[in-house]
Design a protein around this ligand. Structure first.
Ligand code: NAG
Ligand code: NAG
Length: 346
């Protein structure tokens, strides 16, 4: 037998075997990873840059021409903001700072605006419900329902600035919970803003909805017992996932909106009834007031804060003296004095 198995041939054979083994191992590892990433349980929020990339790729002529990527098997989650604004308000900061989010800026007082509502009634609740109803079959994955003004007294930020508030908002936490209030401080709304049973028929200051809440609740949620206390940190800015929203039928949202369209209650009251119902609609208990310390960590990723009581933490939100911020805020203070930002924009 000729000497086929020379030393050189042996080395080549060993190399081929090693390379084959390596190839099989890699294939197996990659295949496994793709398989787990494709399962719903493995789906997590993708970095926004990736989402932008995916969007850019939509423009390429055929799917086969798209460059191969590590995450090619994962459908990026869409995130949208729904904004209830008036003609006089300016929401361009959302476009400037959050280019990766879909914007739905409704103008309630302009029937000719690109996005508007059937009737300007019930404050932001009319916008939020109209968005859900009109997009029910094509909802994005995550939806943030917010007010239009960048600096507003109830934004949970030391400067009342919506930019850091939304930048810190933790989409993975939302995706886990289905609903998250975009505010942690308890100073208004928690621990129990409304006592529907005790306050039925009462008239406190105009903005308090306690007197009308019980009857409204019975009309809106006839299948649910009226709770004795309702609490959620104030002001109707929250987020919900598509899955959570779709746990209720579209007809229910239509029914809620019809209730607003038909009610004789003034807007401040009907709007407030919804302000204190969204968390219930999206599956939270009537009193939804997590400890501020936990809430800041979960919702905004700001952890290990020093909190004096359950509802307020050092260096975070404090109730401002007036609801209207001074002209020139955050660089002009309450007495017209110059001031520095309390925290960076980031
Ligand atoms: C809205 O605010 C931006 C700054 O965020 C400003 O550049 C723009 O002129 C404002 N638009 C209106 C209509 O006031
Ligand atoms: C949390 O804060 C305390 C002081 O309040 C500090 O001693 C500790 O190191 C902090 N822990 C982390 C994980 O940052």
């Amino acid at each position: 037998m000729p000497r086929l198995v020379t030393a050189r041939n042996a080395v080549i054979l060993v190399n081929v075997l090693v390379l084959s083994a390596l190839f099989l191992h890699l294939r197996f590892a990659l295949f496994d990873r793709n398989a787990s990433a494709a399962s719903p349980a493995g789906l997590t929020h993708l970095p926004d840059e990736l989402y932008d990339e995916q969007q850019a790729n939509e423009a390429s002529p055929t799917p086969s021409e798209r460059p191969l990527k590590a995450n090619a098997g994962i459908k990026p989650r869409r995130t949208a903001v729904v904004v209830a604004s008036q003609r006089s308000e300016n929401a361009t900061w959302l476009i400037d700072y959050f280019p990766q989010w879909e914007k739905n800026i409704y103008q309630v007082d302009d029937p000719n605006a690109p996005l508007t509502v059937p009737k300007n009634k019930g404050r932001e609740s009319m916008v939020y419900l109209t968005y859900i109803i009109d997009h029910y079959t094509s909802l994005p994955d995550n939806i943030l329902f917010v007010h239009p003004t960048r600096y507003q007294w109830h934004n949970d930020d030391p400067d009342y600035d919506g930019v850091p508030m939304l930048r810190h908002f933790q989409l993975p936490y939302l995706e886990k919970e289905g609903y998250a209030n975009i505010r942690c401080a308890w100073s208004l709304g928690c621990p129990n803003e409304i006592k529907p049973l005790d306050e039925q028929g009462q008239h406190r200051e105009a903005i308090h909805a306690g007197g009308a809440y019980k009857l409204a609740f019975q009309q809106l949620f006839p299948e649910t017992e009226v709770p004795s206390a309702v609490g959620v940190s104030c002001c109707a800015q929250f987020a919900a996932t598509k899955e959570k929203i779709m746990e209720r039928k579209k007809e229910e949202y239509v029914k809620y909106r019809d209730w607003i369209l038909e009610t004789d209650l003034e807007d401040a009251i009907s709007g407030r009834i919804f302000e204190y119902s969204w968390h219930i609609i999206f599956g939270k208990p009537a009193v939804h007031c997590p400890r501020a310390e936990d809430c800041y960590c979960n919702v905004f990723g700001v952890c290990n804060l020093t909190c004096e009581d359950q509802g307020s933490c050092a260096g975070r939100y404090s109730l401002p003296p007036y609801a209207t911020l001074p002209q020139g805020w955050p660089y002009i203070g309450w007495e017209g004095e110059e001031r520095q930002r309390a925290a960076p924009e980031e």
